[in-house]
Write a protein that binds this ligand. Sequence first.
Ligand code: 9D3
Length: 237
Amino acid sequence: MSGFRATILTLFPAMFPGPLGHSLAGRALAAGLWLLEAQDIRASATDRNRTVDDTPFGGGAGMVMRPDVVAAALAQAQDGRPTIYLTPRGRRFAQADAARLAASSGVVLLCGRYEGIDQRAIEASGAEEISVGDYVLSGGELPAMVLLDAVIRLLPGVMGAAESAIEESFSAGLLEYPHYTRPADWCGRAVPPVLLSGNHAAIAAWRQAEAERVTRERRPDMWAAYSAAIASPAPVP
Ligand code: 9D3
């Protein structure tokens, strides 16, 4: 039991657990390997209309989430766990962030709607600002689910030991080789013959070559980093 606790601050608590209630994350949730609490930010509003937003200072389109309401919601949740504000202005989420957060006691995830949250509430909270990629979504809830899915599969006991070992050997900076299963011939498409050869050294070499080819073709950024690491490998301590 790892006891990882995720608190989501959102205007749409009914969106959770959503996809996180299914498959690997859902089984881990049911098994008590992690805990999810969706906290309604609107419950921290104080006026009779439960207002959570207001017009932007300086003018412009849309509405901004009020700092007093967000700060009151955060005050209920923060207890030393890392706080993350999901925002298109954030640093891009990566596997290293997932690994770091999986080693913590949990996370407080703050989801914005409208144009976002008053920056003073973000600064006062000490939150880290994280984006999931360069495309425009309509709020932070789906990004929060993406982040949690990446973290939860790394928690102790969530994946089998065999899968976890494979994971380590694959964080090697290459995209994966392609996968095939039966039938060996499907609709006139044959499986690469080497995979049926029983020659395990040849299979390993083919997979390595395929991983390198696809990385070179699709991810010049990853390929450059990989090539540099191969040219001057890190010294073994
Ligand atoms: C017109 C300016 N927009 C910024 C690109 C405003 C804006 C768009 C979308 C403000 C907030 C949003 C809602 N998106 C998120 O809350 C969000 C997000 C995203 O849209 N893309 C990638 N990662 C994330 S994390 C949170």
